[in-house]
Design a protein around this ligand. Structure first.
Ligand code: PEP
Ligand code: MN
Length: 339
């Protein structure tokens, strides 16, 4: 952290400030030029209240040099993290397809979709049991029995399962879920993040509806700070002024995240666009910019889906998509489909 001192300062003020900084356990590199005095702060600058520092009378500007996220930071962990989930690898040279309906609706539905997406090349089955719906009158998911049906589909097909948790009270119910999803609406539910940070399972952390990349990485940091380093980030579109699509897929976030963090990053083109016909082109684009995988809503009867039918593709379209994405993967250094 660099602190530029106003040229008009008095020596006493500078001494006071330096003593305050040293009191936080930091060392100072003082540079006094003819017109400018600069303090270089050395040590754990996470302890400094940057807004407080900026508000001080003799301070001109403060510049942070290091990012506030540490465990997720690639600077301290240059290699890609490869996450083991139910014996499958996510990240590094692997490309992972997660597919399934927005919500679990019945045993017949979830088993049929599971079998179809497995045949097409999916490595994981997704399915919402607890659904975050805008309206309290909309279908809320089958809840606990939805999780049971997912486990039945897993037993039938062997596909590990991914499902969204919405409350700290449900942690025990997720004991047999292979990958626990924290959805966009809960990206900054810090108590939930801490709780999933204490379980021994990979966490799929979706980007919040209107959150910056740094806020998102700080949420990953919450999980990692509790001891769970198995975090997969998922870009799922952000709110913009554009109404033609449900959200705007922030494709630039993927290469930016690849610079900032060692964690795997996947893309959800279904929630990003809200339109089934955009799922294929956005999937190709996501693979092209270096995503480590895709999570896609697949339904065997989208017209009658209880949730998100408009953005759900049929199993046949998913199979075609897996084939087309596969053509791009060698170009972006992905050797295999993680299944
Ligand atoms: C979902 O995956 O079904 C979901 C609700 O996603 P998001 O949190 O990205 O809206
Ligand atoms: Mn959905």
């Amino acid at each position: 952290m660099i602190v530029v001192i106003k040229s008009s300062h008095e020596k006493k003020q500078l001494d006071n400030l330096m003593n305050w900084i040293k009191g936080l356990g930091l060392k100072i590199h003082l540079s006094e030029g003819e017109n400018t005095t600069i303090l270089g702060l050395i040590g754990d600058t996470g302890l400094v209240d940057i807004d407080l520092l900026r508000s001080m009378n003799i301070v001109e500007t403060v510049k942070r040099i290091q990012e506030p996220f540490k465990k997720a930071n690639r600077k301290f962990h240059p290699e890609d993290t490869v996450i083991e989930a139910a014996g499958r690898k996510i990240g590094g040279g692997n490309f992972t397809f997660i597919a399934g309906p927005c919500s679990v609706e019945s045993e017949k539905q979830i088993v049929a979709v599971a079998a179809a997406v497995k045949r097409a090349g999916a490595g994981f089955l997704r399915g919402g049991a607890y659904k975050p719906r805008t309206s309290p009158y909309a279908f809320q998911g089958l809840r606990e029995s939805g999780l049971e049906l997912l486990l039945r589909a897993k037993a039938e097909t062997g596909l590990p399962i991914v499902s969204e948790i919405m409350s700290v009270r449900h942690i025990d119910l997720f004991r047999d879920v292979d990958v626990v999803q924290v959805g966009a609406r809960n990206m900054q539910n810090f108590e939930l993040l801490k709780e999933v940070g204490r379980i021994d399972k990979p966490i799929l952390l979706k980007r919040g509806l209107a959150n910056t990349i740094e806020e998102w990485l700080m949420s990953a940091e919450y999980i990692m700070a509790e001891g769970n380093g198995r975090v997969v980030l998922c870009e799922r579109g952000i709110r913009t002024f554009e109404p033609y699509t449900r959200n705007t897929l922030d494709l630039s976030a993927i290469p930016i995240l690849k610079e900032l963090t060692h964690l795997p990053v996947i893309v959800d083109p279904s929630h990003a666009s809200g339109l089934s016909r955009l799922v294929l082109p956005l999937s190709l684009a996501s693979a092209g910019v270096g995503s480590d995988g895709l999570i896609i809503e697949v339904h065997n009867d989208p017209e009658h889906a209880l949730c998100d039918g408009a953005q759900s593709i049929r199993p046949e379209a998913f199979a075609e998509l897996v084939g087309k994405v596969g053509v791009i993967l060698p170009l972006v250094g992905k050797e295999g489909i993680g299944k």
